[in-house]
Design a protein around this ligand. Structure first.
Ligand code: SF4
Ligand code: SF4
Length: 441
């Protein structure tokens, strides 16, 4: 067993309020330079919606991620060796500026310097950051879906809704929405690295952070196509690829990532995972996409297991990293409690950003059953009464395995109910206590 360490993140979607503080602080720190105007290493999407860049989940269009051949081997759909020069020079599988957006700024200086006696209200006009010209209309931007959140229109354009065949209902009662913050997943089996013909993309051995060597990058942009999450960007000023660095200079001095530190909802849990590097390829090539979650979880190692601790030492993982893995909430959320799921496991990159799915109680159903709006004991038995359709969450987080998402939601309800009873000094329901693996007393 070859033990390696990986920095991973778990985001609790119930707690995201869509304030975009994470995106803005990340932008201030990392992409506030010429050539990076349109880049959002961290973005927050309103779901359902088309996301940023538009329809990034449509792998038929963008040719991202891995394909599994008949012999069970994986190969990246994009890039790889330099033999396909023609396709590299005219790589058609990349989002254009219309899919990201044309970044703009407002002429605030003109607004503030308007003469006092101006008769009409001054207007701050928008100016393109790419061309420097005025923009008469602005028709697209990151999280443009926000204003339409939950509408039939966003649902009709959402690639996940189309894939799971979600029926569009137009009544306001049946609408749903939630926020999905996204960064690079610092995958265990990254296609961006496999797609790069120059060997510029690499995964750091000490902590698993995926980076671009700016000296080696030749601007082929196969990583942009190859990443199924569309989390590599091309800097048109330097001619090089750029991406989320998981704030490694901050991590190296013991600080959290900017997005974790500034998150208003406190929903980002950052920590260390230990995994068996010898089994990564086998896990990623698991035949049935719905088994990928278990395969991915299976290669995570229990940092308290003496055999794992010994193997970690033999593999050169410093003791401090093993201690960090033991103290990390990430392993517990993924493994012990099993409430965190990877985004689109079917892309086979083994993403290391995990999500606790949102609970979305239909409050009137709960009150009709005799509970108050916070009564998760009732929800525990009625997860089918959630506002967000199970099939939609399953299309996003479990390759369509609705039973898995239902299990996670039930467990979350049970945990809340259990803790609520304790706080209210009531006797916890033994059935629910059993469901969360706790004693009924
Ligand atoms: Fe690479 Fe990050 Fe995309 Fe994974 S999410 S393939 S690590 S750029
Ligand atoms: Fe969500 Fe936190 Fe980002 Fe606000 S800062 S949008 S709560 S992830």
């Amino acid at each position: 067993m070859k033990v390696m360490a990986q920095i991973a993140m778990v985001m609790n979607l119930d707690k995201c309020i869509g304030c975009h503080t994470c995106s803005v602080t990340c932008k201030q720190a990392w992409t506030n330079r010429e050539g990076t105007e349109y880049m959002w290493f961290n973005n927050v999407e309103t779901r359902p919606g088309v996301g940023y860049p538009r329809t990034w989940e449509d792998q038929e269009k963008w040719q991202g991620g891995w394909t599994r051949t008949a012999s069970g081997k994986l190969k990246p759909r994009a890039g790889g060796k330099l033999k396909k020069l023609a396709t590299i020079f005219s790589n058609p599988n990349m989002p254009g500026v219309e899919d990201y957006y044309e970044p703009w700024t407002y002429e605030y200086d003109k607004l503030l310097s308007a003469p006092r006696d101006q008769r009409v209200l001054p207007v701050a006009r928008a100016k393109s950051q790419l061309t420097g010209k005025h923009m008469d209309t602005i028709s697209w931007g990151p999280n443009w879906d926000d204003d339409l959140g939950g509408s039939a229109e966003t649902l009709s354009q959402d690639p996940v809704a189309a894939q799971v065949g979600l029926k569009i209902k137009t009544s306001i009662e049946s609408s749903f929405m939630f926020y999905l913050p996204r960064i690079c997943n610092h995958c265990l089996n990254p296609t961006c690295v496999a797609s790069c013909p120059s060997g510029a993309m690499y995964k750091r051995t000490e902590d698993g952070i995926v980076l671009v060597d700016q000296d080696k990058c030749r601007g082929w942009r196969m990583c942009v196509s190859g990443c199924p999450y569309k989390k590599v960007y091309f800097n048109h000023a330097t001619g090089k690829a750029e991406k989320c660095t998981l704030c490694y200079p901050r991590l190296e001095v013991g600080q959290p990532t900017v997005c974790s530190e500034t998150c208003v909802g406190r929903l980002r849990y950052l920590g260390v995972l230990l995994y068996d590097a010898d089994r990564v390829g086998e896990a990623a090539a698991t035949e049935n996409p719905q088994d990928l979650y278990e395969a991915q979880r299976d290669i995570m190692l229990d940092p308290f297991d003496p055999e794992v601790m010994e193997a970690a030492r033999a593999s050169g993982v410093p003791d401090a990293w093993v201690r960090a893995a033991q103290q990390s909430p990430v392993y517990a959320l993924i493994h012990t409690y099993g409430v965190a799921l990877p985004l689109h496991p079917e892309y086979r990159t083994l993403p290391m950003v995990w999500y606790v799915p949102p609970l979305s109680p239909l409050v009137e159903e709960i009150t009709a059953a005799g509970g108050d709006g916070e009564d998760h004991r009732i929800l525990f038995t009625a997860v089918s009464q959630m506002r967000i359709p199970l099939e939609y969450l399953a299309g996003l987080l479990s390759a369509g395995d609705e039973a898995l998402v239902e299990r996670v939601l039930r467990r979350l309800c049970a945990m809340r109910s259990h803790m609520r009873a304790i706080r209210l000094e009531q006797a916890p329901d033994p059935e629910i206590a059993r469901a969360v693996g706790m004693r009924g007393d």
